[in-house]
Design a protein around this ligand. Structure first.
Ligand code: XBP
Ligand code: MG
Length: 252
């Protein structure tokens, strides 16, 4: 089937946002609240298994701080997370995070070729807006026909809901699109939505099981078999054409 659309994950895929963006913002929100909580990189690497900032805070408070689960904890997590988002957006707007290699070039190539673009992420919508504007410019938001974020679906990756939502709005079957992801949670979400998925792991995810990936690349510049040249749109088309047709799988 012809490739019609590229669906990009954000965190880890467009940019390695976690260390210099999200982690610093979480810690700033904790410090502001006077909680005495601080996440170092090793702990954050474990906490990244939990997709979504509110869910990550609740998980940490319960498991590492032995706080009882309930409305009070969830309200605290939402307040902390709102402040975390403010810190994250400020940092990204100030240029703290850059795009990963090949991302801007392939987006340009895809736009020039008339390929449709979309985003499927578990992060907060304001974060996506801030990142696109800071890295690709003020018009970039308009390049993405559909943006699925934490606000659009209740269940986060590895649930396929955000990909299914994006595909419905694009009016495409999963075989007509290609997902670009960086992590196991994202790869599983895309695969369960029936999408072929290229994975460019980050240092946070490179030891994860990524075996379902159509192709695994160090980043979107480096072709695994052709060190003499950059990954091209034609490469994406070729990998997509070679993908086995899987179809969406039912949730477990
Ligand atoms: C990325 C995430 C996000 C960010 C935090 O997942 O898990 O939760 O770390 O974002 P993916 P929020 O790349 O698979 O979408 O704090 O805004 O939730
Ligand atoms: Mg990701």
């Amino acid at each position: 089937m012809t490739l019609r659309a590229l669906i990009f994950d954000v965190d880890g895929t467009l940019a390695d946002t976690e260390r210099d963006g999200h982690l610093v913002a979480f810690n700033a929100a904790f410090a502001e609240a006077g909680l005495g909580w601080h996440w170092d990189e090793a702990l954050y690497g474990d906490l990244l298994q939990v997709a979504g900032g509110v869910e990550r805070i609740v998980h940490y408070a319960r498991l590492y701080r032995h706080q009882p689960d309930g409305d009070e904890l969830h309200a605290l997590a939402r307040r902390l997370h709102a402040n975390k988002t403010r810190h994250y957006v400020e940092r990204v707007a100030a240029g703290a995070v850059g795009l990963r290699p090949g991302v801007a070039r392939l987006i340009d190539e895809a736009r020039a070729a008339g390929l449709r673009l979309a985003i499927a992420t578990t992060t907060t919508r304001e974060n996506v807006t801030a990142l696109l504007q800071a890295t690709l410019g003020g018009d970039a938001l308009g390049w993405f026909e559909v943006i699925g974020s934490a606000q659009e679906v209740a269940l986060k990756k590895p649930d396929p809901a955000v990909y299914t939502w994006v595909l419905e709005r694009l009016g495409l079957r999963p075989e007509a699109a290609l997902a670009l992801e960086d992590s196991r949670n994202g790869l599983v979400a895309a695969t369960r939505a029936g999408l072929p998925c290229i994975v460019t792991p980050t240092p946070w995810s490179e030891t994860e099981d990524l075996h379902e990936a159509l192709v695994r690349l160090p980043d979107l510049d480096h072709h695994p078999a052709r060190p003499d040249r950059l990954v091209s749109l034609d490469d994406l088309r070729q990998w997509h054409a070679e993908a086995p047709i899987s179809g969406a799988s039912a949730p477990p």
